[in-house]
Design a protein around this ligand. Structure first.
Ligand code: ZN
Ligand code: ZN
Length: 327
């Protein structure tokens, strides 16, 4: 419910900080599993990390009654009534995130910091997927820097007890649907996320061809933030979603639910369409700093609302199952 409140608030650009606060509170509750009833009785809900007085009040209502008049009001205002076909997702079984950034590109933390952040959350794996070279402003990685990064990764990995680092790339989908790195490079990586970042306003027919070509590349594992939308400020790309989603399913390419509150892409409505097209999914924070790993519950709410069963989401696989799914 906290995640859903965050999601609904995020539709309004002016509420983006509140939306983030709700997302952080939701994750804090998932991670620390506090005894909410006891805390509520003791009037101590604010002792939970990331829960301030305002959120504590809403949480108290939830604990007491199982519902929230605040959430119900938001649902009405946003025309998003509760659905009775939501799925069950237990975030306690979430195994790891496959899309994250480090200071090798535009992340704000070192690989070691990100790995420690993920390990502290109990993750079993973290995909390090920095940007590809075309996006110059973010210092994207070509083959040589990927090689150097793999050496650093070996060093960081040796310091991790429970966490497996996966080396990947968030490769840009070029305007014609080719990818921003050659196949022999992509082939060496553990996880390849192909994402549209520029020229999102392409004609739908050209955009459809572009996306169809990208999902047909045998090295692509996941389509990152598949529409490129920015709720409240930018509409995403428009293309023949059904055709592209079906092609992705045929090639065993998962679609991402990017949990970054600035993206929330796929939306619940689009994710439902992708589910009907036979797709699998990933739930990733697309974190650029350890604290942003906390965005996952927001996406979990979107997946629930889309009716996606947990076994269609790759992040619930253990590390062996995941690596064979990504092969
Ligand atoms: Zn991206
Ligand atoms: Zn990213």
């Amino acid at each position: 419910m906290l995640s859903e409140i965050g999601y609904l608030l995020r539709q309004d650009p002016e509420q983006r900080f509140r939306a983030k606060a709700f997302a952080a509170a939701a994750w804090s509750v998932v991670i620390s599993r506090p005894d909410l009833e006891a805390l509520q009785k003791a009037n101590a809900l604010t002792s939970i990390e990331a829960v301030g007085a305002g959120i504590a009040k809403i949480l108290a209502g939830l604990v007491e009654t199982g519902r929230s008049s605040y959430l119900e009001r938001l649902r009405n205002e946003m025309g998003q009534p509760a659905r009775d076909d939501e799925s069950q997702i237990d975030l306690g079984q979430y195994q790891g995130d496959v899309h994250s950034h480090t200071d090798w590109s535009d992340g704000r933390a070192t690989m070691l910091d990100m790995a420690q952040g993920a390990q502290a959350l109990g993750y079993r794996y973290l995909g390090v997927t920095d940007h590809s070279p075309r996006i110059k402003v973010v210092n994207g990685l070509g083959a040589e820097r990927l090689l150097a990064q793999s050496q650093e990764m070996a060093g960081v990995q040796s310091q991790m007890k429970e966490l497996t680092l996966l080396q990947g790339i968030e490769v840009d989908i070029l305007e014609d649907g080719a990818l921003d790195l050659p196949d022999p490079v992509l082939e060496l990586l553990d996880v390849v996320i192909a994402s549209p970042h520029v020229k999102l306003r392409q004609e739908p027919a050209a955009m459809t061809e572009r996306m169809l070509r990208a999902v047909s590349n045998p090295h692509v594992d996941v389509v990152g933030h598949p529409t490129g939308r920015r709720p409240g400020s930018r509409e995403g790309a428009s293309y023949d979603f059904e055709a592209v989603f079906k092609e992705a399913a045929r090639h065993n390419v998962a679609l991402e639910i990017d949990c970054d509150p600035a993206r929330m892409d796929l939306s619940p409505e689009m994710a439902r369409l992708a589910l009907e097209c036979g797709c699998n999914f990933t739930l990733d924070a697309d974190a650029h700093a350890p604290a942003e790993l906390a965005y996952v519950p927001m996406g979990a709410w979107m997946a629930r609302r889309a009716g996606i069963p947990q076994d269609r989401i790759l992040n619930f696989l253990d590390v062996d199952e995941l690596t064979s799914a990504l092969r």
